[in-house]
Ligand binder design. Structure first.
Ligand code: ADP
Ligand code: ASP
Ligand code: MG
Length: 403
């Protein structure tokens, strides 16, 4: 069998954990399997590097940031190969250049396009464990790129697809995928299985346990994933196409604290205004999620929307720039201390009462809703950051998702 095993930052945070991971990989190797290991940077190293960059130059270019961030993963793979060697098993570490993991050219948020597999196969044929840097790629300018925060999951799935792996295992610091972040909702329940579609929604709406693009890619190439703990042997969660279970109304609750709300006030109440506003943002690759437009009054209207907190300053700058020109708005109001709570579930489609039930849970807790968005399979609300954990727990409780 060819097995791809991915370990996140906490799983390789120190010497003891590195040896723990090395041993788990060696177990499979000794059974005769071919083992490819994908690693994240140790512990919070990516955050540490970002802070260092910010300290030197708060406006550092995305190219140089990627150059810096890729050192995190390069450190962990080299140390892992050394640990395996110390345990008497031959291993080789490879970075994105050595493998040749080709991505789109955009820095900081690139997409994998193609992975060369010759070098990996050659090393595996030589009975080595191959330890590969997650999160990074190379672009057509021969520069390093990164896949966005949490992107090592996507590296692992892409490698599993390219190598036609028999298994793709994502090891992390929780026992699997839960009905809500177990660090936020104490009685969250571990799921034994979840569909790609539901996992994709949860991941996109803030459940950081898997990078959303890894789920998208797993679905596209039919890679079955297992999410499990690197610290114990409990069974974990299978992510796959179909799950034989009674369809639940709501499968999970997701929380996203990386959110900001921007209100553009006093826009002209005429056709084309929303188009112009969101087109300017799209041209700068800024994703907008929840959108609310007020009823027009005295020839003006307001448009409020949410973006990720990371994009907030750039979004405001763009709106300001055009607000004085083609857009003509009176003012801009920004709120950064907000967060998003979402419920996800395919069963919602045919059940009209679900949104109301979520709002009731928030009302019972006296939590004010700032913005609402719904689709066939999700309801999202934006609330004050200080209320978000209480909101997630109340909603989780209301739908009886716990154990
Ligand atoms: P890694 O470094 O292993 O990639 P991450 O921090 O990226 O780990 O992801 C694991 C974390 O995801 C958990 O510690 C947990 O707090 C968080 N999380 C958020 N939503 C969920 C969920 N629905 N199920 C499990 N974990 C979740
Ligand atoms: N080290 C990167 C990050 O912290 C990638 C990852 O962990 O998946 O975002
Ligand atoms: Mg992660």
């Amino acid at each position: 069998m060819l097995i791809v095993k991915k370990f996140g930052g906490t799983s390789v945070a120190n010497k003891e954990r590195i040896f723990n991971v090395a041993k788990r990989c060696i177990e499979d190797y000794k059974k005769g399997h071919q083992v490819v290991v994908v690693l994240s940077a140790m512990g919070k190293q990516t955050d540490v590097l970002l802070d260092m960059a910010k300290d030197i130059n708060p406006k550092a270019s995305k190219r140089e940031l990627d150059m810096l961030l890729t050192t995190g993963e390069q450190t962990s793979v080299a140390l892992m190969a050394m640990a395996m060697d110390a345990l008497g098993v031959p291993a080789v570490s490879l970075n994105a250049f050595q493998v040749a993991m080709h991505t789109t050219s955009v820095y900081g948020n690139s997409r994998l396009k193609r992975i060369d597999t010759e070098r990996i196969h050659a090393e595996l044929e030589n009975r080595k464990i191959v330890v590969i840097t997650g999160f990074q790629g190379i672009n057509k300018f021969d520069d390093y790129t990164t896949l966005g925060r949490g992107g090592s999951d996507t590296t692992a799935v892409a490698l599993a697809a390219a190598l036609h792996a028999d298994a793709c295992e994502i090891y992390t610091d929780v026992d699997g995928v839960y009905t809500a972040d177990p660090r936020v909702v104490k009685n969250a329940r571990k799921l034994s299985a979840i569909t790609y579609d539901e996992m994709l929604d949860l991941a996109t709406l803030g459940a950081g346990v898997l990078h959303n693009r890894s789920v998208e890619m797993a679905k596209k190439y039919g890679v079955q994933l297992v999410v499990r703990s690197s610290l114990n042997n409990s069974e974990g969660t299978v992510v796959k196409e179909e799950v034989k279970m009674e369809k639940m109304l709501v499968s999970g609750v997701a929380v996203d604290k990386n959110v900001a709300r921007i209100a553009v006030i006093g826009l002209q109440d005429q056709p084309g205004v929303a188009f112009k506003l969101f087109n300017h943002l799209a041209n700068h690759n800024i994703n907008v999620d929840v959108i609310l437009q007020s009823v027009g009054r005295d020839g003006t209207k307001d448009i409020t929307f949410s973006v990720t907190a990371d994009d907030c300053d750039e979004a405001v700058e763009i709106v300001k720039r055009h607000g004085e020109g083609s857009l003509k708005c009176q003012s801009i109001d920004v709120e950064k201390n907000v967060a998003k709570v979402s419920i996800v579930g395919a069963g919602m489609m045919t059940n009209p009462g679900v949104a109301a039930k979520m709002f009731e849970a928030l009302y019972d807790e006296n939590i004010n809703i700032k913005l609402i968005a719904t689709s066939e399979i999700r309801v999202t609300v934006i609330v004050d950051l200080k209320d978000v954990e209480r909101a997630a727990n109340a909603v989780h409780e209301k739908f009886q998702l716990g154990e």
